[in-house]
Write a protein that binds this ligand. Structure first.
Ligand code: PLP
Length: 411
């Protein structure tokens, strides 16, 4: 039985006590990074106070405890994703970005060659574009884009043509600019029917929607702990064990080898092969606590609640700012998450964000590392508000109040 009360979530988050410019903080930047529950902070404190040691190398008690914490987080990640292959399919990286670099530089460099196509979409974050361009430069692969329609969805009308020659489809589960939730299972079926594999950028989706790898039937998944109530400095890369076994190491050094001699090295098997050097250990303690915290709330509950919040915000923005503020993203909550990008007529997003800051409202102005998407809609930037499980309708009240001032001030 799960219970979900956003007010309780709020009281679990120390940063919610902050006062900004004389107003209680209105945190609407969860798309960039989520706020951290006390249990996550305490798990990391406990690790440093009681168990800190390097992992995998010691034989003494605290080193074994640290290793158990680190390996336990792999199990938490596998459980969170419903990865039936278990913890052996989880690699810890620095962030979602590094997970994509691992995919491109390891799997991509080995299995893709000149003329092979990687199909991404026009709504991708740079993390799922630039590594493929780098592979284009080094290996001659082609990078092709699924276009985005005028109603902010993937335009799949020409998908059979786009799939020709594709070896890998790599798309986001949820756009960090539009909020659009993509039909991953449908894309996975199409990719597999064309003999391609599929990777999902779960950076936004895993924190706001249930993620079940069995249902999705994808081949790779990448995301960051810091967008799902966990700490910074930890990313997750998942792939099926048989694919992982065929992937060469990406970074070399300590911790990732089975043997080294004057002639060369043999990599370790399993995920540690990709974890060169001392990994982010304390962060894995925090990550496990974040997974436990989310499980306590229930991901279905989070998704349903954030849908309500988003629907309310979209309706009120349309009513109160019609003609002055354009939402760059789907107008209703069908297959849409709580990321709301705003284009305020005649006002630069940085100015909007600065006025909002005077009200204690935290939103993010900029291109959101999605420049091809910005170009698609003729924009340089938006001001983006994004919800988390601790957001309230009263946050939208303050957002609209502050937005009203911005519009008046520059109107
Ligand atoms: C959709 C998406 N993909 C990838 C990333 C990159 O995440 P990170 O900066 O944690 O590597 C982000 C971060 O904003 C994102 O929103």
């Amino acid at each position: 039985m799960t219970s979900f009360d956003p007010q309780r979530v709020r009281t679990d988050i120390p940063l919610m006590r902050r006062v900004i410019n004389g107003r209680p903080i209105t945190y609407l930047d969860s798309g960039a990074s989520s706020l951290t529950p006390r249990t996550v902070i305490e798990a990391m404190d406990r690790y440093y106070e009681n168990h800190h040691a390097n992992v995998h190398r010691g034989v003494y008690q605290t080193a074994n405890e640290a290793t158990a914490i680190y390996e336990g987080a792999r199990e938490a990640a596998a459980r969170f994703l419903n990865a039936t292959g278990g913890s052996e399919e989880i690699v810890f990286t620095k962030n979602a970005t590094e997970s994509f670099n691992l995919l491109a530089r390891s799997w991509g460099a080995k299995f893709l060659s000149h003329g092979d196509v990687v199909l991404v979409s026009e709504m991708e974050h740079h993390a799922n574009i630039v590594p493929w361009f780098q592979l284009r430069d080094s290996h001659g692969v082609d990078v092709r884009f699924i276009p985005v329609s005028d109603d902010y969805r993937l335009d799949l009308s020409n998908i059979d043509e786009l799939m020709r020659g594709v070896k890998l489809v790599s798309v986001t589960g949820m756009s960090n600019v539009l909020g659009t939730i993509n039909p991953i299972r449908e894309l996975a079926d199409m990719a597999h029917a064309h003999g391609a594999l599929i990777a999902v950028d779960g950076a936004q989706s895993v924190a706001h929607l249930p993620t079940d790898l069995v249902d999705l039937d994808v081949d790779f998944m990448a995301f960051s702990a810091h967008k799902m109530l966990g700490p910074t400095g930890l990313g997750i890369f998942w792939t099926r064990a048989e694919i992982m076994e065929a992937m060469p190491p990406f970074l070399g050094g300590g911790g990732m080898i089975k043997d080294v001699s004057l002639d060369g090295y043999t990599p370790a098997s399993g995920p540690t092969r990709f974890e060169a050097g001392t990994p982010p250990i304390a962060q894995t303690a925090g990550f496990s606590a974040a997974v436990t915290y989310i499980e306590g709330l229930g991901m279905d509950n989070i998704a349903a609640y954030e849908k309500e919040l988003t629907g309310d915000a979209l309706t009120r923005l349309a009513l109160e700012f019609s003609g002055r503020v354009r939402v760059i993203g789907p107008a209703d909550t069908l297959d849409r998450g709580g990321v709301i990008s705003l284009d305020v007529d005649g006002v630069h997003p940085h100015d909007v964000a600065q006025v909002l800051d005077q009200f204690g409202v935290c939103v993010r102005p900029g291109h959101h590392c999605a420049k091809p998407l910005m170009r698609r809609f003729g924009l340089a930037a938006t001001a983006r508000a994004s919800f988390g499980p601790y957001s309230l309708v009263s946050d939208t009240d303050v957002l609209l109040e502050a937005l009203g001032h911005a519009v008046k001030m520059f109107g």
